[in-house]
Design a protein around this ligand. Structure first.
Ligand SMILES: Cc1cc2nc3c(=O)[nH]c(=O)nc-3n(C[C@H](O)[C@H](O)[C@H](O)COP(=O)(O)OP(=O)(O)OC[C@H]3O[C@@H](n4cnc5c(N)ncnc54)[C@H](O)[C@@H]3O)c2cc1C
Length: 355
C-alpha cells in the first residue's frame, strides 16, 4: 500500500515537473521576464510566503496576454500579484504562476488636458466625448472639464499608490489624498476598492481598462464595475486591471501634501505600521466594526507562533518575527470562532488568501 502511494506521488511530481518545464520554455520563447527563484515573502507586506515555481513580469499588454494564454493552454493556475499588501500566502512551494505587472504598467500621465495627439487624449475617443457632452460638438466635454477645474490622470496597474500620491502632489491634483499611506498598487487598490478616511478609489475612478478572461482589452466606466465596500465585479470576472483613469481637481500642492501628511500621521498613530502585516484582516460589515468586536472578546495580543493580534489595532494581525502561514491562519480561525460565539457575527476575511 505504502509503495503504491509513494509511486503515485512520484508520478504526479514528475508530471508537475514536466509541465513547469514546458511552461518555462513557452514563456522564454516569448521573451517574457521569468524567474524560478522568487520567494513570495519578499513580495508581501506580511513577509510570509514560499517559493513561486514561476514568477513572471510582463512589461506590455502583449506579454501579459501571451503569459495568460500559455497558462491556460497548460491548465495552469495563475495569480496577479500587486504590491502584496493584502495577501496571506502559503509558505509552501506554490504551483501557481505569479504575474507581477512591470514596465509600461508603471506609467502615470495626465490624460486631460493632454498633449494633442496623445493616445490617451479624450479627443481620441470622440464617441464618448460626444455622449458625455450630451451630443454637443467635439471638444465641448473637454471645455466643461477644464472649466470645472477637473483633470483626468491615467495610471498603470503596477503603479505604487505612494508614487501616484507624489505625482498628484507635484502636479497639484486633489482627490487621492485619502489613499496616502495605503501600501498597494493601482491594480490592487482598484480591485479591492481600497479606501480610508471617508474616501475610496471608486470616488475618483473615471474608467478602468482591463484584460478580460477571454483575452480582450476593454474599457469600462466606473458605473459598469459595480463598486461597493472593498468589492467590485472585477473580482467575479477575473479581469486583469491594466490601467485606470482618475478624475481629480486642480488644487494647491501645499494643501494636498499637508492633507496627505496628516492622513499618514493618523494612520501611524492608529495602526501598527512598524510591523509586517496585511492591513485589516476582516471586512467591515453593516454595523460591524471587527476590531471593536475582537477587543471585546479579549483577543488583543493573542499569539500563535510569530503571529499576533496587534495590541495597537485589533483588526490587524502582525508578524512579530518568523510568523508562518499556519500561525496567521490559526489566529484568523480563532478570532472568527470566538467572535461568533460571543456576538453571533461571522467575520468576513478582507485579506486575500493564496495557498
Ligand atoms: C499597513 C497597511 C495598511 C493598510 N491600510 C489600508 C487602508 O487604509 N485601506 C485599504 O483599503 N486597504 C489598506 N491596506 C490593504 C492593502 O494595502 C489594500 O487592499 C491594497 O489596495 C492592496 O493592493 P496591492 O497592490 O498590494 O494588492 P495585492 O495585495 O497584491 O492583491 C490584492 C488582490 O488584488 C488583486 N490584484 C492586484 N493587482 C491586480 C491587477 N492589476 N489586476 C487584477 N487584480 C489585481 C490580486 O490578485 C489580489 O486578489 C493596508 C495594508 C497594510 C499592510
Amino acid at each position: 500500500m505504502f509503495s503504491q502511494i509513494s509511486l503515485k506521488f512520484h508520478k504526479n511530481y514528475g508530471v508537475f515537473f514536466m509541465k513547469t518545464k514546458k511552461i518555462l520554455k513557452a514563456l522564454s520563447h516569448n521573451n517574457v521576464e521569468v524567474h524560478t527563484d522568487k520567494y513570495l515573502k519578499d513580495y508581501t507586506t506580511f513577509k510570509i510566503g514560499g517559493r513561486a515555481k514561476i514568477f513572471v513580469c510582463p512589461k506590455t499588454i502583449a506579454e501579459l496576454k501571451r503569459t495568460i494564454e500559455i497558462c491556460k493552454s497548460f491548465e495552469q493556475r495563475y495569480f496577479i500579484l500587486g504590491a502584496g499588501s493584502n495577501l496571506l500566502v502559503s509558505d509552501k512551494t506554490l504551483n501557481i504562476v505569479f504575474i507581477k505587472l512591470a514596465g509600461s504598467f508603471n506609467r502615470v500621465s495626465i490624460t486631460h488636458p493632454a498633449p494633442a495627439g496623445h493616445p490617451f487624449n479624450l479627443e481620441g475617443n470622440l464617441k464618448e466625448v460626444r455622449k458625455r457632452a450630451g451630443g454637443e460638438a467635439d471638444g465641448v466635454f473637454e471645455e466643461h472639464l477644464k472649466a470645472a477645474g477637473e483633470v483626468l490622470i491615467t495610471a498603470g496597474g503596477a503603479v505604487n499608490i505612494y508614487k501616484l500620491n507624489n505625482y498628484c502632489i507635484s502636479k497639484g491634483l486633489s482627490g487621492l489624498e485619502f489613499s496616502f499611506g495605503i501600501p498597494g498598487s493601482v491594480g490592487g487598490a482598484v480591485y479591492m476598492n481600497a479606501g480610508a478616511y471617508g474616501g475610496e478609489f471608486s470616488d475618483v475612478i473615471e474608467k478602468v481598462w482591463v484584460l478580460t478572461d477571454s483575452g480582450e482589452v476593454k474599457c469600462f466606466k466606473k458605473e459598469e464595475l459595480k463598486f461597493g465596500y472593498r468589492t467590485s465585479c472585477i473580482m467575479e470576472h477575473r479581469f486583469v486591471i491594466l490601467k485606470a483613469a482618475f478624475k481629480l481637481q486642480q488644487g494647491s500642492s501645499e494643501t494636498i501634501k499637508s492633507t496627505c501628511k496628516n492622513n499618514l500621521i493618523k494612520k501611524i498613530a492608529a495602526q501598527p505600521y512598524n510591523k509586517p502585516s496585511a492591513g485589516s484582516v476582516f471586512k467591515r460589515q453593516e454595523g460591524v466594526v471587527p476590531p471593536v468586536l475582537i477587543e471585546q472578546c479579549g483577543l488583543k495580543g493573542l499569539r500563535a507562533g510569530g503571529a499576533g493580534v496587534s495590541t495597537k489595532h485589533c483588526g490587524f494581525i502582525v508578524n512579530n518575527g518568523g510568523a508562518t502561514y499556519k500561525n496567521v491562519s490559526q489566529l484568523i480561525a480563532e478570532i472568527k470562532k470566538t467572535v461568533y460565539k460571543k456576538h453571533g457575527i461571522m467575520l468576513k476575511t478582507e485579506v486575500v488568501i493564496v495557498s
